[in-house]
Design a protein around this ligand. Sequence first.
Ligand code: SAH
Length: 253
Amino acid sequence: MNPLENIRIVLVDPKYAGNIGSVCRVMMNMGITDLAIVAPGEHLDWAEARKLAYKADQMLDGLKTFQTLEEAVADCTVVAGTSARTGLYRDHAYLPREIAPVVLDSAAHHKTALVFGREDKGLFNDEIAVCTHIINIPSSELYRSLNLSHAVMVCCYEIFLLADDSSYQPPQEISSEADGAMRERLYAAWSAMMLETGFCEIEKLDHMMLGLRRIFSRGKLTENDIKILLGLARQSRWVAGELEKAGNKELPA
Ligand code: SAH
């Protein structure tokens, strides 16, 4: 079973429906679909939630509501609460990156919860007490507390990365990395180009080539990259040859 299916995001008494919608979107982005809300207020504007959920609005049809946090996590083993504050009852907080393996180990076999607090007051001490772990997301002292949905994203992102969800394939370069022989062909063509276009004198060529080799070694060169650079050298050498044939010794600057 995909452990992400065992992870439940629990929002305690959220004040803004827009944040609930944003959380739906974040969760679907990260492959997590079990959303529970504790004590949803009467005032919540569900149309606003749908607007911000956008194409994740089906999450709102499936969400579970509970009167208390204890009920929302009754079937969960690990219950990780989040807090922007440290200090009393919140010491020994984990980083999202540290808690991700704990959450995934647990979710391999059991329901596992991540709990998020109210936008204005966070989680109360009696709610923190229900949690087995506390997560604190490092943030600037200029403004410690994140927007609710952003806090959900940071936690879910770390879990998603570690879960190695098989439906996600990182983008891959299609062209293979160029080998030594191909790179030397490039340097030979560029040496000839630099001489034939008058870019540098023969005495300066070695010095120039060392500089160019350094530039080209800063990143990976693929076979396609080399083909483009070889093409550029070929065309420049051809133009230089044509100009010479036409008796034009002065190349345009
Ligand atoms: N004033 C509240 C902030 C609430 S922000 C407080 O001091 O807790 C709403 C929720 O977003 C928090 O309850 C928590 O679940 C999450 N959150 C925001 N910033 C966070 C941070 N830096 N680390 C962990 N969770 C955070």
